[in-house]
Design a protein around this ligand. Structure first.
Ligand SMILES: *Cc1c(COP(=O)(O)O)cnc(C)c1O
Length: 444
């Protein structure tokens, strides 16, 4: 007879884990010095030296360029606005198609819609959860102009293959590397391989300044266009003498001096934070190895993984039980796992095609001549993983000690030892009755 917590036994994990907090004396001192200066943001939306922001913003950009070995960095107030600036900079026009992953944060796709362009979702690789180059190639049409590739969960997509397809078809590539700062792909940092890389500095990421983001590029023209879009481009193009007026609808994507000061200190900690995550992942992998039907994160040869999420998969033909039921049992033991990621193409906005107004824009606009589909079944791998395979443990929420990791492993092992009992009970939304429980426990 088992003592699974889901059947009333004691949970392996009795206390919530400690939340990550990498904000310390360094950030505190940096913020104080900005506060005392009285200048909390130095941007101005006219063509003047302060068009590029204050000293902390510019210092962060130079520091980011040096760390990531890239020519240019543009600090912005979120990854979402960074993606919008990036797509505007590469010259996306109304009705263009941009290929994007369904297995990413929604902003990877909405940043396309913002320019009245059309997100086209390609399917993902089942082992890395990243965009599948084969599926990308199948989605290319005469209208395709770019690919937004997410380096999801902390590992690069198959960037060599994707860049090759892009170059062959004259497409630009933007890397959404919000979840993979410090990850490497054949020795280069993730974010520096595509035309533009966009990092996030929001609270939930490896390093953060509350909100914030940084775009990187080696292309000076794209760099200047992103700087313009960040800060009211339309008001300065004349004074700056900008000839390419397309997408010069400038926004206010400006980062404050306070965020920049915090981000500068945070970047100094990135190496250590990444190693901490990798150590947790390594210990988890060693402890969970060999559990029947459970696949652990796959790391592509030549890549490093920085484990934003420890992404697992369950093969129910091996476990004899659906992953949702295993998830339920693990949650009862106190393991903070999740059973779903996202399938962005299935969001109501795409299903109902309601984005700008209620008349189906931009899909029904005269400038769009394509027929994109967002139906169930357009991304079978991503859909099936979400429904039947995926189980994930976020590693950027809590600070896991070795002891914590060992408890998580113990909880998994406990559930796996009792899989037969779990399987025998017919799960439904109704709670398991005592009678049902007793019957199962009496059967050998
Ligand atoms: C967090 C995240 C974003 C959004 O970042 P913000 O800085 O909050 O705008 C975009 N894409 C991915 C993959 C993310 O994980």
């Amino acid at each position: 007879m088992s003592d699974l917590a889901i059947f009333g036994g004691p949970a392996v994990i009795q206390q919530p884990f400690q939340r990550f907090n990498e904000i310390g004396a360094e950030e505190e001192a940096a913020v104080l010095s900005v506060l005392r200066s009285g200048v909390l943001s130095q941007f101005i939306g006219v063509w003047a030296p302060d068009f590029f922001g204050g000293p902390r913003v510019q210092q962060l950009e130079r520091q980011w360029e040096k760390y990531f070995q890239t020519k240019h960095a543009v600090a912005v107030n979120s990854n979402t606005s960074g993606l919008m600036a990036a797509l505007g900079a590469i010259g996306i026009s109304p009705g263009d198609e941009v290929i994007v992953s369904p297995w990413t944060m929604s902003a990877s796709a909405t940043s396309i819609l913002v320019w009245n362009a059309i997100p086209v979702f390609a399917d993902i690789e089942s082992n890395t959860f990243n965009l599948d180059p084969v599926s990308i190639e199948q989605r290319i049409s005469p209208r395709t102009k770019a690919i937004v590739v997410s380096d999801i969960f902390g590992q690069a997509a198959d960037l060599d293959a994707i860049m090759k397809i892009a170059r062959k078809n004259g497409l630009k590539v933007i890397e959404d590397c919000a979840q993979a700062p410090g990850a490497r792909y054949n020795n280069a940092f993730v974010g520096t391989i595509a035309d533009i890389g966009v990092f996030s500095l929001n609270y939930h990421k490896h390093i953060h300044s509350g909100e914030g983001g940084v775009c990187v590029t080696n292309d000076t023209r794209l760099f200047e266009r992103m700087q313009l879009i960040r800060n009211h481009a339309e008001a300065v193009v004349e004074a700056k003498g900008v000839a390419d007026l397309d997408n010069m609808i400038g926004f206010n994507f400006r980062m404050t001096e306070i965020e920049a000061a915090i981000a500068s200190e945070q970047l100094k900690k990135l190496d250590r934070i990444v190693v901490d995550r990798q150590n947790v992942a390594e210990r988890l992998s060693a402890g969970l190895k060999g559990l029947r039907g459970l696949s652990l994160p796959f790391v592509r040869t030549g890549c490093t993984h920085v484990y934003y999420v420890f992404g697992m998969q369950i093969d129910s033909s091996e476990t004899g039980i659906h992953k949702d039921q295993i998830w339920e049992a693990l949650r009862a033991e106190g393991v903070p796992v999740s059973k779903r990621y996202v399938n962005v193409h299935l969001f109501p906005m795409y299903q109902k095609r309601v984005a700008y107004g209620t008349q189906g824009y931009p899909w029904t606009a005269p400038f769009y001549s394509g027929t994109v589909s967002y139906e169930h079944g357009t991304c079978p791998v991503a859909e099936d993983l979400n429904e039947n395979g995926y189980l994930g443990l976020g590693l950027c929420v809590n600070r896991y000690s070795n002891h914590d990791v060992d408890l998580i492993i113990e909880a998994f092992r406990k559930v796996w030892i009792n899989l037969a009992e779990l399987r025998a009970i017919r799960f439904s939304s109704a709670p398991v009755s005592q009678k049902e429980l007793q019957e199962v426990r009496q059967t050998p």
